[in-house]
Design a protein around this ligand. Structure first.
Ligand code: ARG
Length: 457
């Protein structure tokens, strides 16, 4: 395609290092769509004849049909999806194929294709995250009243409900979807028509191609248009943040599925056995979601390092933008789907959660709060008195609500029998009625509110 000024062909290694077709063939649908929009505009502007445009358009459809049936041929000598497709078009319609590349460069072509691809990727991820949110909402609704220990430092802290805990992840995913939506809005400017870097002397209509491809408007600066990869980076940073959230939920499933915790039994579909230890049910999917987060962050770092310090406009380094985005997209898609399956099918052991919530002195804060509210103690003093009550319960080997009133009074005479109203884990969670708190009534209201907002972006 560019051999005019060359006497010799490239070396085999040059050919190999230069070729992006092994990976950028994933852009074929976007490449065809971009070319169809481009040639329609060229015809409308009188830059190519209507007849040539019709021939090219039909030829592109025929190439697309071949690709859909047989896949994209990986011809390294043709470098990339743009030239492989142009070559396939020429094989179908002859020399008129050469008119397609008028007023266009691979630089604006690849930027356009890749933006279209990332836009679809964002929509796919968003649909996956909406399904995950739905699973979280459904399970949270089942468990709005199920008491479990809430942790800080992985030490029993205060009782919460499992519904509340799952809704925490719902919120994280909501922000992740917001980040993807922001990235999509900033991405949706069309670079086609920037040509190599400087624009073109042909009387093109950039509004028309932008509109045909579903962009909001054409990009404003031709140099920026062919140099911008922040749309891909924004996708990767959003994917990384999302993967970090998924990895935390995955880690909780790993912990909860362990024998000492026993909070959850993963379904057969989401567990694996051991080839030597017959008793095993391993949470491999959760561990891989945790692991994938690291690889996705690696993809983000990879593209950041590629882009760092590149002068304007296009440099071939930028061809390396696609593998990390494709890889991250595949990984995040799997991670979201696996997490959704695990959430939907997990059996939560609420009896076990309750037992651990009761055994960890998790209502100690409720006792301290009671001393402030009902006995008028300053919080610091209430904290100290409660600490002594906990030490006594530990010494007696009982939970706080199993201490007798006499025992409680032996620590502080200002304690009376009304204290038993706050010492149970159910009383504790029911009392957390502050906005965003764990009271079952609050959790149910949060779920109802979330269900109202569950429309895709
Ligand atoms: N395969 C190239 C890429 O993905 C297309 C752009 C090539 N442009 C160029 N001037 N060599 O970046």
């Amino acid at each position: 395609m560019w051999g005019g000024r060359f006497a010799e062909g490239p070396s085999a290694v040059m050919r190999e290092i230069n070729a992006s077709i092994p990976f950028d063939k994933r852009l074929w649908q976007q490449d065809i769509a971009g070319s169809k929009a481009h040639v329609a505009m060229l015809a409308a502007q009188g830059i190519v004849s209507a007849e040539d445009a019709r021939t090219i358009d039909a030829g592109l459809d025929a190439v697309a049909a071949d690709y859909a049936r047989d896949g994209v041929p990986e011809n390294l000598a043709l470098e990339d999806i743009h030239m492989v497709t142009e070559n396939a078009l020429a094989e179908k319609i002859g020399a008129v194929a050469g008119r397609l590349h008028t007023a266009r460069s691979r630089n604006d072509q690849v930027a356009t294709d890749f933006k279209l691809w990332v836009r679809d990727a964002i929509d796919e991820v968003d649909a996956g995250l909406a399904a995950l949110q739905k699973a979280l909402l459904d399970r949270a609704h089942d468990h709005a009243d199920s008491v479990m220990p809430g942790f800080t430092h992985l030490q029993s802290a205060q009782p919460v409900t499992l519904g509340h805990h799952l809704m925490a992840y719902y919120e994280m995913i909501a922000r992740d979807r917001g980040r993807f939506a922001d990235a999509r809005a900033r991405l949706n400017w069309c670079p086609l028509g920037a040509a190599a870097l400087a624009g073109t002397g042909f009387p093109i209509d950039r509004e028309a191609t932008a509109q045909a491809l579903g962009f909001d408007e054409p990009t404003r600066n031709s140099l920026d248009s062919v140099s911008d990869r922040d749309f891909a980076l924004e996708y990767l940073t959003a994917a990384t943040q999302c993967a970090l959230h998924l990895s935390r939920l995955a880690e909780e499933f790993v912990i909860w599925a362990s024998q000492p915790f026993g909070f959850v039994a993963l379904s057969d579909q989401w567990s694996t056995g051991s080839s030597i230890m017959p008793q095993k049910r391993n949470p491999d999917a959760a561990e891989l979601v945790r692991g994938h987060a690291g690889r996705i962050a690696g993809c983000m770092t990879s593209l950041m390092m590629t882009m760092k310090g590149l002068p304007l406009a296009y440099s071939k380094d930028m061809q390396d933008d696609k593998p990390p985005v494709f890889e991250a997209h595949d990984l995040i898609g799997l991670a979201i789907a696996a997490m959704t399956g695990m959430v939907e099918s997990a059996s939560f052991r609420t009896d076990r959660m309750r037992a651990l919530a009761e055994s960890g002195f998790a209502t100690a804060t409720d006792l301290a709060d009671w001393l402030v509210r009902e006995a008028g103690l300053p919080f610091r003093e209430a904290h100290h008195v409660t600490g002594r009550v906990v030490a006594l319960a530990e010494q007696e080997g009982v939970t706080l609500d199993r201490l007798t009133l006499d025992q409680l009074k032996s620590v502080d005479t200002r304690i009376d029998e009304r204290v038993f109203e706050v010492l149970s884990v159910d009383a504790s969670v029911a009392s957390r009625m502050s906005f965003g708190g764990t009271a079952p009534e609050r959790v149910r209201a949060a779920i109802a509110e979330a269900r109202k907002n569950q429309e895709p972006h």
